[in-house]
Design a protein around this ligand. Structure first.
Ligand code: FES
Length: 142
């Protein structure tokens, strides 16, 4: 049911852990299943130089966070902000439809971490555009 990419990132998650002196931290929960994700970012000259995640969630959430952190590392804050959960799912070569919502957690966590950084810098937070591939509440976790 899962692609090889998903299994790989689930079994060998990249960037798992914590950054104690992070410049921005995001924490989001998935209301439908209660799973939680934390994203830590280090930022230098507007570039995400390091990123780590902690996920108390399902395998798809772990694989999505692992892939998402790989995708935004070395990117500008703008590029990281634009990375949608759709891009994560594509990079994972697909997720089963009932699991797509799990990848939204990674996107939301990254957005929160970026805004946490912006607020700490005295900047105004960016606004969510909305329009996830799937919203949080149109599916239930299994
Ligand atoms: Fe809760 Fe996947 S994030 S089931």
């Amino acid at each position: 049911m899962y692609s090889e990419k998903v299994m790989d990132h689930f079994m060998n998650p990249r960037n798992q852990g914590e950054i104690s002196d992070a410049d921005g931290v995001g924490e989001v929960g998935n209301p439908s299943c209660g799973d939680i994700m934390r994203i830590f970012i280090k930022v230098k000259d507007n570039i995400i130089t390091d990123v780590k995640f902690q996920t108390f969630g399902c395998g798809a959430a772990i694989a999505s966070s692992s892939m998402a952190t790989e995708l935004i590392k070395g990117k500008t804050l703008e590029e990281a902000w634009e990375m949608s959960n759709k891009a994560v799912v594509e990079a994972l070569e697909g997720l089963p439809p009932v699991k797509v919502h799990c990848s939204v957690l990674a996107e939301d966590g990254i957005h929160q971490a970026i805004n946490d950084y912006r607020i700490k810098q005295g900047l105004s937070p960016w606004e969510e555009k909305g329009g996830h591939t799937h919203s949080h509440d149109d599916e239930t976790c299994e």
